[in-house]
Design a protein around this ligand. Sequence first.
Ligand code: PMP
Length: 461
Amino acid sequence: MTQNATQQLAGTEKWQNLDGHHLHPFTNPNDLKQHPARIIESANGVYLTDTEGNQYLDMMAGLWCVNMGYGQQDLIKAASAQIEQLPYYNVFFKTSHPPVAELSALLAEVTPAHMNHAFFTSSGSEANDTVLRMVWRYWDLMGKPGKRVVISRKNAYHGSTIAASSLGGMDEMHQQGGIIPDIVHVDQPDWFAKRCELGKDLDRAEFGRSVAKSIADKIEELGVDKVAAFIAEPIQGAGGVIVPPETYWPEVQKICDHYGILLVADEVICGFGRTGEWFGSDYFNIKPDLMPIAKGLSSGYLPIGGVMVSDRIADVLINKGGEFNHGYTYSGHPVCAAVAVANIKLMQRENIVQKVREETAPYLQKRFRELGEHPLVGEVRGVGMFGALELVEDKQAYRKFDKNRHVGIICRDYCFENNLVMRAVGDAMIISPPLVTQKADIDVFIERAWKSLEQTQKKIA
Ligand code: PMP
């Protein structure tokens, strides 16, 4: 071992020992004891570097957030200038500051035309807590306080606070702490899972319509005077990049309109260019009443989220409402807001959404589908800079692997060995790369992913 390598290893061990005091989110602590964390030390563009000098192609954009890639000088300079100018001030009690004012106006410009007001939070979870309070407040102000129930979907992810995890549909989360009242879950439009459950093919369009209808059925069952809103991610992210059939969203919009319930599109992942449109709502042509945002808003450089509010709702909250007793110390934090402004301006200047739609995403999706030729891959799906590979035991019979074989985890670990970050959700291998990923990076990705699939196949044979 060279002296440099010995020093690197000592550095890694030092950080891993100190990290022993860190309770990690969504991590099995016993696994971590046996295999301490990789220590990521720096990043540039679409590559991460760990303390041993290994470079990884980050096909997850951190945690679905580093949309403009690492090392963007505009964002770095915006943070540093703002921290000198005004590191903190609040936006309560009739005060504001330039970055939050500018960000609010910029968001009104890039979000759908009927959304012109923003409420700020520090995260997507807080955004969804805010959604719940706004929905309830709206119906109170409309003189219908009985409308309390929010319909969500199984396997949805809306965050980790108690309200956000209740809105989410993750059983493993509900099992630890339960869920708050007035939230119910209907089926997700997961065509692949349904085919596996049935062990045969299924008409996609028909399936989309029937899953949407389960929302109407739920409203009828509960009574429309009890139902306040429906919340969903335009494309489910953490649930496994579940792209709904084309028939799903038009039907959902019709149902929400018909019953007069609010539509909440959780854009925390789908927003800011991920689908090749500014928002998932633009991609599916839906008209939400509320839109939680976070992640790509600042490309993850600093924590900031928020809720975009439609004119219809804002009118009630502002003109009927009086004071809304809600807010966070860090709502619209000036440094985070300045970075978000710099990020959106950079996106506009680089025409990144159009570039994704017309160049990068078509190339990524075309090459990604080549992985479908691998015997382990039962389905390849994706839209924009977003995708999933379903690893299956038998693709003709739509037969999944036994969960306990952890095939997704095996594949993910090979990806890491091959200097590639892909995430496993069960046996779905998912990607959500930075929007600035280049065609050459995509070629590297496909080569490393194929190799990882080959190694996985050999290992489980
Ligand atoms: N909504 C969606 C759709 C998400 O994917 C996430 C995070 N993955 C959240 C909300 C929660 O965001 P945060 O982790 O910033 O609280």
